[in-house]
Design a binder for this molecule. Sequence first.
Ligand code: BGC
Length: 457
Amino acid sequence: MKQAKKQTKAKEFQNSLTPHSGGRGPYLYLISIVAALGGLLFGFDTAVISGVVPFITKQFSLSGAEIGWVVSSLILGCIVGVLLAGAPADKYGRKKVLSAAAILFIVSSLGTASANSVFTFVIFRVIGGFGVGIASMVSPMYIAEIAPAKQRGQLVSLNQLTIVIGILVAFFSNYLLVNTGENNWRWMLCVMALPALLFFVALFFVPESPRWMVLHNNPEKALQTLEKINGTVVAQKELEIIRNSMKNESDTSFKAVFAPELRLPLLIGIGLAFFQQITGINTIMYYAPLIFEKSGLSINSAIYQTILIGVINLVFSLVAIYFVDRLGRKPLLIIGSSLMGVSLLVLSISFIYGLSSFVTLVAILLFIASFASSLGPITWVIISELFPNNVRGKAMSISIVFVWISCFFVSLIFPVLLEKIGGGNTFLLLAFFCFMSLIFNLKFVKETKGKELEEIN
Ligand code: BGC
């Protein structure tokens, strides 16, 4: 009986929003793209280091441990950045925190580019990490909060697309700048200041999230934004729904994040974050040339294959954007985890039996394609949808910090595993995590396609 009543209510709710389907095209896409520039800087900043390392190693005569710091300091910064961003995003608004991230990107870019010691370099890298951490959380959060339900998956996935574009731009710009003399690495880092500045300026032209505005007693402004996005009729209804949901959820404290009804969403958020990384995407993203070399390719074709990886990553992010609101989040996660597992099994066999480097390449490309159309974007999409308006910032922080902790752990331990247990066993272990991810998705993840944020909560 209760169930039937709930279902009718959900139907009524959906019907009340039917004129919704389109959203206001260009405006909505424009503000989503501005927010997704955070993803571009996230991608650029994580990838640019691969081109910088060989030159900075020479310039500062770095030891192995110092190289480790140069690479991983960014990720440590991300962990802190994500943890610190939740509360201000709830208190001061999503826009202000994104602007702060843009400033951190500019400072880090100029600071690392002009560093004269490895210590200063690492400090400015950590500052960049704060920016990446903040952007990795607040960009998808902002997009999820402005997007109409039917387009939300697609629009949040834009953020993954821009992460991937950022990675590709970093590879290309490193490649173009490599012959600019002994300061080449400084130029590689410096160029990031430009998109960061663009991000900072563009943020002046986007509105604050309507959900945040309602939370902070500014329903008039929220309505203006909702009208621009959805048209007058739908905007009124949506405002009402947001306001009603907030009557029941006014507690914004950290305690509220750990309320019993949020335990399952937190488990899903943390699980998705953990599996996005532990399944090994960044072993390929950060170490691809090394893997290709180990499988017998020359260094030149290894770099060429790395670019191929970037292109496949980009194309299959578009596939996700197409399917996420049509097929739904859960089917993509299930298909993606399975294919990632299968491709890693093939990769493992290829290493153990010394199969041709062509098999290695095909397995790696299948792995990237499967990640890019599933765990890559959908993790960000679902984490930005799971939590109620009053604690979204804090709860997203707690979930996303697991992305960065796991990323730190995997990127640190991968080269050690490769050395100690070999490629075959390492990829077998990663395949095991893909199948664990499959079981997790089947058992815990709930479909959120087409539902309003308030309905999901
Ligand atoms: C992940 C990153 C990864 C990137 C690759 C993102 O969703 O969070 O760790 O490097 O996808 O495309």
